[in-house]
Design a protein around this ligand. Structure first.
Ligand code: TYD
Ligand code: MG
Length: 456
């Protein structure tokens, strides 16, 4: 009897595999996305095939494992190095994700300028021709010693070129255009993207090459449809920004070699991306004077304090059912602040439309920004501006009480550095406070006191 050829079913949206066909993917809930493909025989020892040292492939006592610090090098962009955890790690694979047009190719080309000084760099593009890349490189003023371009989409050809040239650094732009001719699925599909990333990962580990892979993010905000790539690679950097705004924020969503809470800030200009070493300055530029509904706070982005402007608009709803929208601030947290303000702050805001916006594309995910939101909301409701030289820092609890925040002194220094002279802080922080000269602290116990201090 002939053995029946084994087949597998997988979702083209999220990559989830199932033994039988389904109308709806049980993993991501998408309809009509399950397709069939032949089951691939698992290769024996894939690691050995990729040139990894197989002597590592057995259990070892932790004491015997060598653990010298990983080798790092500067990319020439301090903001990128910061997000990578202090430079790029040799032999690692970094995925740079972002919406089309955000500046991923530009960033990659710009780091070549520094990398070429000490390394052999191969820039593979499946999106632009060599001529197009050269023109862009010239415009950006990239030095051309040691930089090789290769416009190719076939995975095998790319691997062959890498094996022949043995670059120290490989840039692949973008993973969605790379194609493995042996596989049956189409370029850009989840299976292809997964397979090509795996092959590049083996190149990185096997040959000690540092690989940067560019990936486009679809409208749902996930890389290549699913999160399938995230667990494979060493580092996922997300490049974010708003269309109408030239600032770009780079953050690490995953980093095997560093913290994930650092951000890098860039500005896109006509000479490409320029680093913004003082994000506070950039994020506060253009702040309206004497306008109600705006309050500045200070959040910690990794080890760095960053000032951000929280804007709120409260106005009576026209038709009874109120509209609520929230940008740059956690929606549920904002709803909680709204309820606390109504109940504990004594403001009758139940029938109001409610809009919150954080300027500059920053997402505030720290409770220390609570107080600024409360103040901005109250300021908008009372139609009274917050003093221009005042910032507010503090976590707000459900009873309206103000809670201590960490790294308060670092935040206060940044607030002062940016020219503020007053800062609203939780009274409970008072034990450890060492405010910088010229900064007056207004210590409050709860949101009622905060509102009373500013807005009556
Ligand atoms: P790009 O790096 O091609 O984006 P991605 O690779 O993420 O798709 O950047 C494209 C955008 O950046 C494009 O809209 C033009 C703009 N840009 C500038 O404003 N200045 C520049 O110097 C460069 C190179 C691009
Ligand atoms: Mg591009």
């Amino acid at each position: 009897m002939m053995a029946k050829a084994k087949t597998l079913f997988y979702c083209t949206e999220c990559g989830n595999e199932t033994p039988k066909w389904q109308g709806k993917c049980s993993a991501c809930g998408a309809w009509n996305t399950i397709v069939e493909r032949p089951a691939v025989e698992a290769k024996k020892k894939p690691a050995a095939a990729a040139g990894m040292d197989v002597s590592f492939r057995k259990p070892r006592a932790i004491a015997e494992v060598e653990a010298a610090d990983e080798l790092r090098f500067d990319t020439g962009m301090a903001e990128l190095d910061r997000v990578l955890g202090g430079g790029a790690v040799k032999g690692s694979l970094v995925l740079v994700g972002g919406a089309p047009g955000i500046g991923k190719s530009t960033l990659m080309l710009q780091i070549c300028d520094n990398l070429c000084r000490f390394a052999n760099v191969l820039y593979v593009s499946g999106e632009e021709s060599e001529r197009q890349i050269k023109l862009r490189a010239q415009r950006l003023g990239i030095r051309d010693q040691g930089l090789y371009l290769y416009a190719e989409t076939e995975l095998d050809d790319i691997i062959a070129a890498v094996q022949e040239q043995r670059p120290d650094i490989l840039i692949v732009d973008s993973i969605q255009t790379i194609y493995n001719g042996d596989a049956t699925s189409s370029p850009g599909s989840v299976a292809q993207v997964k397979e090509c990333t795996m092959a590049l990962m083996h190149l990185a580990k096997g040959m000690g090459i540092t690989v940067f892979v560019v990936g486009h993010i679809n409208k749902e905000g996930s890389l290549a449809g699913p999160k399938v790539l995230e667990h494979m690679v060493d580092c996922v950097l997300l490049f974010e920004g708003e269309e109408h705004n030239s600032y770009r924020i780079l953050r690490a969503a995953k980093n095997r070699f560093g913290a994930t809470n650092e951000i890098g800030v860039f500005e896109m200009g006509d000479k490409g991306l320029v680093e913004v070493p003082s994000p506070s300055e950039a994020l506060l530029s253009g702040r309206p004077e004497n306008m109600p509904g705006s309050c500045v706070t200070c959040v910690m982005e990794g080890a760095r304090p960053v000032l951000a402007e929280v804007q709120a608009l409260l106005s009576p709803s026209a038709y009874g059912n109120s509209r609520r929208s929230c940008n740059g601030f956690d929606y549920n947290r904002a709803m909680m602040m709204l309820a606390v303000l109504e109940k504990r702050g004594g403001l009758n805001i139940a029938n109001c439309d409610f809009f919150v916006n954080v300027i500059g594309g920053l997402t505030l995910d720290e409770p220390a920004a609570d107080l600024a939101l409360i103040v901005a909301l109250a300021s908008s409701f009372r139609d009274k501006p917050v003093p221009f030289d005042l910032a507010a820092i503090g976590e707000v609890g459900l009873t309206g009480e103000l809670r201590a925040v960490h790294a308060i002194n670092q935040r206060l220094s940044e607030v002062r550095r940016m020219g503020f002279t007053k800062c609203l802080v939780p009274a409970r922080n008072s034990m450890k406070l060492t405010p910088p000269e010229g900064l007056q602290l207004i210590q409050v116990h709860n949101i009622r006191e905060a509102i009373a201090a500013l807005l009556v």
